[in-house]
Write a protein that binds this ligand. Structure first.
Ligand SMILES: Cc1ncc(COP(=O)(O)O)c(C=O)c1O
Length: 487
């Protein structure tokens, strides 16, 4: 195993010669073999994160299931690694559900969420035994109709709209979460700006309908608040409100959920900064979250005499951020004496770090090979796109020249799955590293892929051989793409 003199996570770090490694493969080697930009994922970090979070929760409450939020990284290879590490699945839509099931995830530890679901999504969930979290009354009818037609019994959970007054005094620090820093309180934000969930007043009636329906097996309660702030009090408020509502439902209709699903939203941070405006530094650990959640949960269960149901958590960023990095090459640089700034253009872009563009997210950049070079103040790392494209602004960074490599840390969550193609930029390849082996799990996009859906109408297509033009362009742009290397 590579010995790190500086570790950014357990499996990403710098060795004695100043080179950045993911497990036992040097990032310089990955860039040379697979081209840049390239997402690199560490399989060992997936295993380690899953083991740590599972231990943190199960040591306090053995009946906990960790459902990896597939939206955070819907790459099938990555999803499979999470599944093999023991994760269940949280899914939105047909595609995520299919990928989660193809990865071999246990359907009993998989849930389908969503504000509005298509018949095809519900059909796949019913056929595979995945619990469907109904978001409104109409959806219960939809599930019942589909289950009846299939001759199956659908597993169903309810997603009520909580009031979340317990966090009215807390303020969100993420502009992308719907409120400006110092703006709406988190409680108000969750009540007013979030579309998901059925009105509280309907929950007992929907519950009665579900219990009376032979095509429905009512199994759970669900809520998701999201990362509004790196603070355990949000999830504590979710848990205490969920338990209170469960007690009210039990008193009214005699039903007790088989599981409580408290959603995701646990933060990920690093000392150098991550997340909204680089604010996530000293965030609660898995143990801190587990302590707060389980204490509130077990107190509530005892107080309301609700037995010992399963507890589901749906982490995305907390278990997937530090599993990956984005390796990128310097394309060009310039110094502007008038402002004292150094602008460095990279082949990675906001297209590949979409939360940077939409939520002011910071991904900490590090040098891949340049350890020991002098630091340059007022460096701006930017992309080649025609948007502002400031990936890291006004930082101190080792001196860079054309062709040098840098890596953005913690890009394992919401980067590949949100990557876009603005300015007709093909999306990067993704490589999964396991020990000394690196293998492609998403091949690099080509212009032919990018324009595959484009049709030129006959009246405009004279003398245009699009497939040939694209094939020629792809040859021109072609990067080395081995499927597997052994370092
Ligand atoms: C229902 C649900 N569960 C889990 C998650 C994962 O959230 P996070 O990555 O903040 O843990 C999300 C994210 O949007 C979600 O909508």
């Amino acid at each position: 195993m590579t010995q790190f003199v500086r570790a950014y996570s357990e499996h990403v770090g710098v060795d004695g010669s100043g080179l950045l490694y993911v497990e036992d493969v040097a990032c310089e080697e990955l860039a040379a073999q697979f081209g840049t930009p390239v997402f690199v994922i560490s399989e060992a970090q997936i295993q380690s994160n899953m083991a740590s979070i599972t231990r943190a929760f199960r040591s306090r409450y053995p009946r906990t299931e960790v459902l990896f939020a597939t939206k955070a990284n819907n790459n099938l290879g990555v999803r499979r690694a999470f599944t093999l590490a023991g994760a269940g699945g949280e899914c939105f839509g047909y595609g995520e559900l299919l990928v989660t099931l193809l990865a071999g995830t246990d359907p009993k530890a998989t849930v389908l969420n969503g504000f509005a679901k298509n018949d095809r999504d519900v059909t796949l969930a019913v056929k595979s035994g995945v619990a469907i979290h109904v978001d409104n009354r109409g959806e219960l009818e939809q599930v019942s109709r589909i289950a009846t037609k299939l001759g199956r019994i659908a597993r169903v959970g309810l997603r009520p709209r909580f009031l979340m007054h317990e966090v009215d005094e807390l303020r969100s620090d993420w502009p992308g979460a719907g409120s400006e820093p110092g703006g709406e309180s988190i409680g108000a934000n969750l009540r007013v700006n979030y579309k998901n969930g059925m009105p509280l007043g309907e929950v007992v009636d929907v519950c009665r309908e579900a219990l009376a329906d032979p095509a429905i097996d009512l199994v759970g309660l669900h809520y998701h608040a999201g990362r509004e702030l790196a603070d355990v009090r949000i999830l504590q408020a979710v848990v205490s409100e969920q338990v209170r509502i469960a007690a009210r439902i039990r008193d009214d209709v005699g039903w007790v959920p088989e599981y409580f699903d408290v959603g995701g939203g646990m933060a990920f941070g690093r000392p150098e900064g991550h997340g909204p405006l680089a604010r996530d530094r000293d965030v609660p650990s898995y143990d801190d979250y587990a302590d707060a959640i389980i204490e509130t949960f077990t107190d509530g269960l005892t107080k309301h005499d609700l037995g010992e149901p399963r507890l589901m958590i749906e982490p995305g960023r907390a278990v997937a951020s530090n599993i990956g990095i984005l390796v990128s090459r310097v394309v060009e640089g310039k110094y502007v004496p008038e402002t004292g700034q150094t602008w460095i253009a990279l082949d990675a872009s906001q297209n590949h770090l979409m939360n940077n563009q939409s939520g002011g997210f910071y991904y900490h950049p590090v040098s891949v090979t340049e350890a020991g070079r002098p630091l340059v103040a007022h460096t701006n790392l930017v992309d080649q796109n025609c948007w502002d494209g400031n990936l890291a602004f006004d930082i101190k960074f080792p001196e860079l020249a054309r062709g040098d490599l840098i890596a953005f840390l913690d890009t394992g969550a919401y980067c590949e799955s949100k990557a876009a193609t603005f300015n007709l930029t093909p999306r990067p390849a993704t490589v999964l590293v396991s020990g000394g082996v690196a293998e492609i799990v998403t091949r690099r996009e080509t212009l032919t892929d990018l324009l595959a859906r484009v049709e030129v109408p006959q009246m405009l297509s004279k003398e245009l051989d699009l497939p040939r033009a694209l094939a020629e362009a792809d040859e021109e742009l072609a990067l080395p793409t081995p499927r597997r290397i052994n370092a």
